[in-house]
Design a protein around this ligand. Structure first.
Ligand code: SAH
Length: 352
């Protein structure tokens, strides 16, 4: 009898994996898989979708975390305004541009500028940084500065920025409001829509393992990325920060994180999905695992040494020498039969 049920389940799994379009029930079913063989089948499918839609290239994006000041108070994030234990820093525009040059010299064709929500860097300051980097290096620029004003987004796009990363964090409106006392999900989504409308390649994504989050919520996260036709989507595990009210919440489950990435790849197909730093913090093999379950992007951290320990979004964030790290990454990627992306690795959805 047990055997029959098992066979029935197996049949169902292959049927679901081969459907041209997955609905919410299918996504929930896949996220709930527990049998190791079934999970392996899910991962094999995700890897083949990745190969078909994105090829074997892994795109490297060099990230500069240029300020850890933040106006927001997200309960999960170590950069939150109420964290008075954190020593704050701001990197000068000149040093940001210099670091971008280092990224470009390492052969990386995307510079990601990330910070807390820090209005100290006014519209014109960011515009000048973008213009200077574009003049000095042949790179794409991704901004990840949180929610800023629409006229700022517009000017930065006109100045040459290519992409904007603004994760929706959770598609569950109530959970979103509980975690962000000053923000609403609807506002976040309005920003994302605006960014897309002015021609940014837009990135969104979630955090997995938030307290009270259900499998259904994670299915909604994946479907929201589909509805918004995002160009890149990051599904990353929650890791507690000891300097936040969520310090005692356990970290996300590694398997659930990998299943989410795999299902997201199957549903979203031609999007960029990173194997995140948070994933490699959760597991020493995280980046490699991520690349096997559908990811095609890695973001080596080029934040100068004197600052990077202070960009403490969560605990135990991995730090390393970026140039050596990129060399190690290249070896790992080649050993997996994959290639390093040689162009800017723009969106797979349109010709940029
Ligand atoms: N201020 C910017 C970007 C900085 S935070 C913004 O709001 O977009 C970058 C990302 O770190 C966030 O989008 C969030 O998903 C992630 N993050 C923050 N705290 C985290 C934690 N404790 N565990 C895992 N990811 C976290």
């Amino acid at each position: 009898m047990k055997q029959e049920i098992y066979i029935a389940d197996k049949k169902n799994l292959s049927d679901v994996l081969n459907k041209p379009k997955l609905n919410k029930d299918d996504i929930i079913y896949l996220l709930n898989l527990t049998d190791e063989k079934d999970i392996s089948e899910l991962i094999r499918k995700a890897d083949s979708v990745r190969k078909e839609y994105c090829g074997d290239e892994v795109h490297l994006r060099g990230i500069i975390e240029f300020s850890n000041y933040c106006e927001q108070d997200c309960l999960y994030c170590g950069l939150r305004k109420s964290n008075h234990q954190l020593e704050r820093y701001r990197i000068s525009p000149d040093e940001i541009i210099e670091t971008a040059r280092k990224i470009s010299s390492a052969g990386i064709k995307t510079v990601v500028l990330q910070s807390g929500e820090d209005f100290y860097y006014k519209k014109e300051v960011v515009t000048n940084i973008i213009r200077n980097i574009k003049a000095a290096c042949d790179v794409a620029i991704t901004l990840s500065l949180g929610e800023r004003n629409f006229d700022e987004y517009y000017e930065w796009k006109s100045a040459g920025a290519d992409r904007y990363l603004l994760k929706h964090e959770t598609a569950n409106e109530k959970l979103y409001s509980a975690l962000h006392s000053h923000q609403k999900l609807e506002e976040r989504l309005t920003h994302l829509k605006y960014l897309k409308s002015i021609g940014f390649q837009a990135g969104s994504g979630n955090i997995i393992g938030l307290p009270g989050q259900t499998i259904e919520d994670i299915a909604d996260d994946i479907l929201l990325c589909k509805e918004f036709d995002c160009d890149m989507c990051s599904f990353s595990p929650f890791i507690p920060s000891p300097e936040t009210p969520m310090k005692s919440i356990p970290p996300a489950d590694l398997k659930l994180t990998l299943k989410t990435m795999a299902v997201a790849r199957i549903v979203l197909k031609n999007v960029h999905i990173p194997a995140t730093t948070a994933l490699s913090t959760l597991s020493p093999e995280g980046r490699k695992l991520g690349l096997t379950v559908g990811a095609n992007v890695i973001m080596p951290n080029f934040t100068p040494d004197e600052y990077k320990d202070k960009y403490r979004i969560y605990a135990n964030k991995k730090t390393y020498d970026p140039v050596k790290y990129v060399e190690d990454l290249k070896q790992m990627i080649h050993s997996m039969g994959r290639k390093i992306g040689t162009d800017k690795g723009h969106s797979l959805k349109k010709n940029y």
